[in-house]
Design a protein around this ligand. Structure first.
Ligand SMILES: NC(=O)c1ccc[n+]([C@@H]2O[C@H](COP(=O)([O-])OP(=O)(O)OC[C@H]3O[C@@H](n4cnc5c(N)ncnc54)[C@H](O)[C@@H]3O)[C@@H](O)[C@H]2O)c1
Length: 379
């Protein structure tokens, strides 16, 4: 019989739903020593959070996250709120001795992320950041192939994350649903929101970034602010492109925007090595494209691997070979890895320190774009 691990989740928006779904499913598919129990969900309005709690099966609600942290029956706190709240909640949760699962980006900037990292390390509380794309089986397979040396020396890393939902100048900034456009709530624009994912995956697959040169643009300079009712300056980056050098000598090229008409969430990466290349695309997330130069010449070509076989990462836990899974399963996998890591005393990654390294790159991007200079990443 598995042991309960009581979850207290803060925020019930997009990620609140994705995580709740993960907690509900994980014990049905993975054999784990601990099973998450949906103990409490917290948001500021009881009227709004109560129906959410009922729909997802949370036992109770809170309207002040501080109250949630005081509760003895909460083991782990899951932070699914806008970016400007992550630090305060994490620092208090670490002081209260709670395990912390925090959404990305970890913080508003690297100094804030470092403070949070030092706090969880000092408190010795298990911690994890929701860079969930690592747990898409095709992406995990990419990591496996790279670690096995299939690609050989890596020369190039290319990643994009493209959207098109903020093109209208009439779209306001700030408040529910639009906090991403408000720099005071988000910290940055597409760099912290979208490129953060690409950077986390890149650091995981290809190692640290040595230095970078970035360019950002804010296409719509002023928008009405939902909280003040006034037209205010837009402080976020609408688009961001950067080139970089990795510690392993390879070159990186990254682009992110919310102004690529026709693209909703096109996260892609391609890695070119001495022997082989791999490509992945979020719109076709169960496939990994693989080209191996060592194949006999007449057979050489891109293979489209349908990552759905029992010996592919995580897939043995799901249906039968050939049947694919989707976006939401990356969260199930991340929870499974967190619970397994906790049971074995071998924490799952990415943890706060990993996410701090991503935050260093994010800060360097904004610094480089502002100063029009190459910036070296510390450490
Ligand atoms: N891992 C991913 O792929 C991914 C995807 C989307 C969002 N995110 C991250 O998740 C976080 C939340 O994003 P979202 O899209 O779910 O946002 P959202 O706007 O859908 O939901 C935010 C939730 O936070 C609540 N909230 C805000 N301030 C609060 C406070 N002080 N106390 C309690 N509740 C509060 C809101 O009521 C709402 O329920 C952000 O950090 C975002 O960057 C990650």
């Amino acid at each position: 019989m598995s042991k309960p691990l009581n979850i207290g989740m803060i925020g019930y928006g997009f990620m609140g739903r994705a995580h709740s779904n993960g907690y509900r499913k994980v014990s049905h598919f993975f054999d784990l020593e601990y099973r998450p129990v949906l103990k409490a969900v917290c948001a500021r309005s009881a009227d709004k959070v109560k129906p959410f709690a009922d729909q997802w099966g949370y036992e109770s609600i809170e309207t002040d996250w501080r109250k949630l942290l005081e509760r003895k029956d909460i083991d782990a706190v899951d932070i699914c709120t806008p970016n400007n709240t992550h630090a305060e909640i994490s620092l208090a949760a670490a002081a209260a001795g709670k395990m912390i699962l925090c959404e990305k980006p970890l913080a508003m900037n690297a100094p804030e992320a470092l403070k949070m990292t030092e706090a969880v390390e000092k408190a010795k509380v298990p911690n994890m950041v929701w860079y969930n794309y690592r747990r898409v089986p095709a992406v995990t397979l990419a990591k496996q192939l790279i670690d096995e040396g299939k690609l050989g020396k890596i020369f190039h890393y290319r990643a994009n994350f493209l959207q098109d939902w903020t093109i209208s100048a009439d779209l306001p900034q700030g408040g529910a649903g639009l906090w991403r456009l408000d720099v005071a709530a988000a910290g940055s624009g597409v760099s912290g929101d979208l490129l953060a994912h690409c950077i986390d995956t890149a650091l995981w697959l290809n190692g640290g970034i040595r230095d970078l040169n970035a360019m950002t643009e804010t296409f719509i300079k002023e928008r009405k602010h939902n909280l003040t009712g006034k037209v205010e300056k837009v402080g976020i980056d609408d688009a961001c492109t950067f080139m970089c050098r990795f510690g392993n000598g390879s070159l990186g090229l990254f682009e992110s925007t919310r102004y690529a008409r026709g693209h909703k969430a096109l996260y892609t990466f391609e890695i070119n090595g001495e022997h082989a290349s791999i490509k992945w695309d979020l719109h076709d997330l169960h496939r990994l494209q693989y080209f191996d130069h060592r194949d006999p010449g007449i057979l050489r070509g891109w293979r489209s691997i349908h990552v759905s076989d029992g010996d592919h990462p995580y897939m043995g836990k799901w249906w039968v070979p050939g049947l694919q899974i989707g976006y939401e399963h990356s969260f199930v996998h991340q929870i499974a890895d967190f619970l397994e890591g906790y049971a074995k005393g071998k924490p799952a990654q990415p943890d706060f320190r990993d996410a701090y390294r991503t935050q260093l790159v994010l800060d360097a991007i904004l610094e480089s774009a502002r100063d029009r200079q190459w910036v070296t990443i510390p450490g």
